[in-house]
Write a new protein. Structure first.
Length: 205
C-alpha cells in the first residue's frame, strides 16, 4: 500500500553527502552541468557532468536502463570494481540510481526494507553514505551526482530511485542545484521506489 508520508523520503541518504552546486544563472542546462559531488570513499575525488557520462568500454561496465518504474539489465550479483552506467527510456519521468551498501548484520530483503516506516528506512539509509548516485532525464545523458557508478566494496546493496512521481525533470534538477546538498523542495507524488523501482545487488570480491 502506498503511504503518503513516504513522498517526503526523497534522497534521504544523499542529502548529507551530495553537493549540488547552484549555478550562477537559472538556465536548466547549466543546472545539470553544476551537479558536483565528492564521494564518501575519496573526498578528494570530484565528478562532474563535463562529458557524456558514459565510461569507456571495458569488461567491468554494466549498463542499466531506467523505465517506469524499474531498472532493466541490472544483475543481482556483480564483481567488485564494476562500473554501472544509467540511461533513461521513460517517456517523461526523471530517474536516478542510488546504491547504498546495507549493514553486514542486515538480513532482511530489500523488498522488506522499502516497506518499513519512513523513519526506520531513513535510519538504515543514513547509516552509510551512498556508494553512487546517477541521474538521467528521459533520453538524456547520465548525470553522476555521487561517484562514477563504480561499486568497489563487497556486500549487499539497496538500489533505488527516490525521485517523486510526476515532477518535471527540469524542475527537479533546478531545485536540486539550488538546494546546496539539502533535500530538493519540489511537489510530486510518492518516490519511485514505492512503485517498485528498487532492486538488490550483491557485490562480490
Amino acid at each position: 500500500m502506498i503511504r503518503n508520508s513516504l513522498k517526503n523520503l526523497v534522497l534521504v541518504a544523499v542529502a548529507t553527502t551530495t553537493v549540488l552546486a547552484a549555478p550562477a544563472c537559472s538556465d536548466d542546462d547549466n543546472a545539470k552541468a553544476a551537479v558536483t559531488t565528492s564521494t564518501a570513499a575519496d573526498p578528494s575525488t570530484t565528478v562532474t557532468n563535463g562529458g557524456s557520462g558514459k565510461p569507456e568500454a571495458d569488461d567491468h561496465s554494466i549498463h542499466v536502463t531506467a523505465v517506469d518504474f524499474a531498472f532493466e539489465d541490472l544483475p543481482s550479483e556483480i564483481p567488485a570494481g564494476s562500473r554501472i552506467t544509467l540511461s533513461n527510456e521513460a517517456a517523461a519521468e526523471l530517474h536516478e540510481l542510488v546504491a547504498i551498501r546495507l549493514p553486514d548484520d542486515e538480513t532482511r530483503s530489500v523488498t522488506e526494507l522499502v516497506k518499513l516506516p519512513e523513519a526506520e528506512l531513513g535510519a538504515i539509509m543514513a547509516a552509510s553514505a551512498p556508494a553512487t548516485v546517477l541521474l538521467a532525464e528521459p533520453g538524456g545523458e547520465q548525470i553522476p551526482a555521487v561517484g562514477d557508478g563504480t561499486l568497489t566494496e563487497p556486500g549487499r546493496y539497496l538500489i533505488m530511485c527516490a525521485i517523486p512521481t510526476g515532477v518535471e525533470p527540469a524542475v527537479y534538477l533546478k531545485a536540486a542545484a539550488e538546494a546546496a546538498g539539502e533535500k530538493p523542495q519540489v511537489d510530486g507524488g510518492p518516490p519511485h521506489f514505492v512503485q517498485g523501482m528498487f532492486a538488490e545487488v550483491t557485490v562480490v570480491a
